[in-house]
Design a protein around this ligand. Structure first.
Ligand code: LIP
Length: 256
């Protein structure tokens, strides 16, 4: 398994360098379904290379990615790659340097390996089921802060106009009790931030499986907890809400 992880890590790190080197003035933006949901030629190129190279690394796995094959079914038996080539595409398109590559390998429908790379910070987050979570090779753990001294990462589900009001109301409920809140614009960076103790809670009312499949495993292997906003187990065949935390208290009670 370690050889498999190393091969994926090297591939992701190489592609991360291409993302950082992208010149903003060369970006070609295309609109997708939903408000402000864009894709650039870099999202498409990175995903094409990921699909080609991951298939060489593990031929028996199927591939699900944001920019193609988006809704093939996750295999209940066997291996499925669930990939976001550039999570935080809007940040990428605006030169905000807050984006990440996310590669999850699911085994029998559950996260088995999670690899998330923020190339701007050169931060490689890796988790293997049952083997802990690491940032650049060092063990990471969620924080031990309670909400009243903690930071909340809030997702606004920006592509879904019908969720904006509820997203803001949820943020107000959390923010009233937290020390502060942040919105980074990359679910992957927010999930990895929970895993390494930089914040205590991350919520978003609708994310795609490729946004959270890898980051979720990294949070859980770092001692955190990831459910839907209703406290249910996560699934990977359709968009879901997400509540990720350091599991220091029942955070759902703050948003009832
Ligand atoms: C984005 C997430 C962000 C969320 C957006 C979108 P993308 O991923 O990282 O947190 O609010 O709705 O899902 O589309 O940039 O890969």
């Amino acid at each position: 398994m370690d050889e498999l992880v190393n091969k994926i890590e090297n591939l992701v790190r190489k592609l991360g360098k291409e993302i950082v080197a992208a010149k903003q003035e060369t970006l070609k933006l295309e609109n997708k379904q939903g408000i402000g949901n864009i894709v650039t030629q870099y999202d498409q190129k990175v995903q094409t290379v990921l699909k080609k190279e991951l298939t060489k690394i593990l031929p028996e796995a199927i591939f699900i990615g944001e920019e193609v094959d988006a809704y093939s079914n996750v295999l209940d038996k066997g291996y499925t790659f669930v990939v976001d080539p550039i999570d935080g595409t809007t940040n990428f398109s605006r030169g905000l340097s807050l984006s990440a590559i996310s590669v999850a390998l699911l085994k029998d429908g559950q996260p088995y390996i999670g690899i998330c790379y923020n190339p701007y910070a050169d931060e490689m987050f890796i988790a293997q089921k049952g083997k802990g979570a690491y940032l650049n090779g060092k063990v990471i753990r969620v924080s031990d802060k309670k909400l009243n001294e903690g930071i909340v990462f809030s997702g606004n589900a920006p592509y879904y106009e019908e969720l904006r009001q509820e997203s803001m109301e949820t943020l107000v409920k959390f923010a009233k009790e937290a020390a502060d809140f942040r919105r980074l614009g990359s679910a992957v960076i927010e999930l990895c931030g929970i895993a390494c103790g930089r914040a205590e809670v991350y919520f978003e009312l609708r994310l795609q499986p490729w946004d959270y499949a890898a980051g979720m495993l990294i949070v859980e292997e770092a001692g955190g907890k990831v459910t839907t906003m209703e406290g249910k187990e996560q699934t990977f065949n359709k968009p879901n809400s997400i509540l990720a935390s350091n599991n220091m208290e029942d955070y759902l009670k703050h948003i009832k």
